[in-house]
Write a protein that binds this ligand. Structure first.
Ligand SMILES: CC(C)(COP(=O)(O)OP(=O)(O)OC[C@H]1O[C@@H](n2cnc3c(N)ncnc32)[C@H](O)[C@@H]1OP(=O)(O)O)[C@@H](O)C(=O)NCCC(=O)NCCS
Length: 171
């Protein structure tokens, strides 16, 4: 008799960059997202990065880079979900959702106030991300895929969303 494989979600550990890279390259069918993660990690721009692990193999990954929200009065912190990838062999079994939900719980505990994502509203709205919540923000990504989610009281309500340098030229 075989039992269902156990999936663990936990923070990325040192030494897992190559395994994460493989998952992202396979999930996205190319190197762009893996390259982005390598640059974000090297620059220290990641607030949170979680892996989904099954039988000691990384099969899913989610990264949360730091964003800055600038207004004429101040600069405040936010986070971006970018990217989320699940190995093709493991897609549509709840892993992407589990990685997202675990992250949001952790980010709230850490005191983060606002999150953005650029993605398919059909997928991300189930976690509370909304197009409407992003409309007051200025960004190169603004449009039909740019969503926001409030994580705490007193979030930034408008401003210019600054992505870290590894995103330069990607929007
Ligand atoms: C998108 C992705 C992260 C979702 O993870 P997953 O583990 O496959 O998804 P889950 O099993 O948690 O959720 C599946 C649900 O999301 C929906 N879904 C999955 N991928 C979707 C997509 N690209 N667009 C819209 N809906 C999607 C499914 O229809 C399913 O809906 P249901 O629960 O109502 O049946 C994963 O499929 C993936 O890595 N895709 C390739 C890379 C990518 O597009 N990443 C997202 C952009 S950052």
């Amino acid at each position: 008799m075989t039992s269902a494989p156990q999936v663990t979600i936990r923070p990325e550990r040192p030494g897992e960059a190559a395994a994460i890279r493989n998952v992202l390259d396979a999930a996205f069918g190319g190197p762009a997202e893996g390259d982005l993660v390598d640059r974000l990690r090297a620059a220290g721009d990641l607030v949170l990065a979680l892996v989904a692990v099954e039988n000691d193999a990384v099969v899913g990954y989610i990264a949360w880079p730091r964003l800055l929200i600038e207004t004429p009065r101040d600069v405040r912190n936010a986070v971006a979900l970018a990217p989320l990838g699940v190995a093709p062999s493991h897609q549509r079994s709840g892993m992407g959702s589990a990685l997202t939900r675990a992250s949001l719980t952790q980010l709230k505990e850490n005191g983060e106030r606002l999150a953005f994502v650029v993605g398919d509203p059909l997928f991300y709205q189930r976690f509370g991300f909304s197009l409407e919540a992003a409309r007051a923000f200025v960004s190169d990504y603004a449009g039909e895929y740019f969503m926001a989610l409030t994580l705490a009281d007193d979030p930034p309500e408008h401003g210019l969303v600054r992505y870290p340098a590894p995103f330069d030229g990607l929007a």
